[in-house]
Design a binder for this molecule. Sequence first.
Ligand SMILES: [Zn+2]
Length: 282
Amino acid sequence: MSSEIGTVASEMTYGRNEWFHYALAEITSGGISLYWDLNYNAFTLEDPPFVFSVLRATELTSDTSAYTAIAENLEDTYSYIDSSIPSIGKWPHYYYMIKLETDLRTVYSPPVMLYGGLSDRQRALARGIIRRALLSPRHLQHFACILLKRKYSGTVCSCRDSITEEVLKPDCTECYGTGFVGGYYQEGSEKILIVNSPLNSIETFDKSVKIGSVTPAKMAARFSGLPPVRYNDVFVHPATNRRFYVVSSKVAAEIHGFPLIQELELQLADYKDVIYKFSLEG
Ligand SMILES: [Zn+2]
């Protein structure tokens, strides 16, 4: 019984099922942002390409026929912004499903609710937690970064050993050492990182300092919202083109299991690192 309840709870909160590791939605300045990730163990090498559609309904149901596709043929991405939602005014009562078509199957995420379906009271609490986390450290360094989510699936790079799956060229410019062509997915909207580190490591953001003369620095930072950030994801600071690997991440505040604040440890990539060869879009 308890495992059944656990399954329902994780479906409600994370949009998790046999196929999806998570499917989450939050309100951002551009609309409703959706993020998802697959449970790669559930798929075979014959499944790709992974082609997604975003479906939307006005009632909470797992009946797929109640949903309308608002985006189709999404490839090479694990996020989508539903910008048809007015960003001010009434709380939007929309529900989403992510549809996945592969060469072998068509599967769906569980219904996705904003913030995992928090109650009004929980939402007010969540807003308070986020506001405090974002506004209180006005005197602390913060900067807008672009998140690159590391690929864990897709077209396998020719530099990867087909038997051991080892990446044989860590400086490969096809996969940037990830083993999958393209290497990373660039997230659409910038994230505001708040630096927790002591001041001495913040000097690395001085634009007048040439990148080649900077000693790789580790720093602690936090940000609010989605998506879940993992080990080896990358943040790019566009103003200085400094690039940081995530070396650890944890959820520092959550409500009803939904992540609100994530705490990260970041490592400035060595200026010779292949990650600097990755070109940003836009
Ligand atoms: Zn490669």
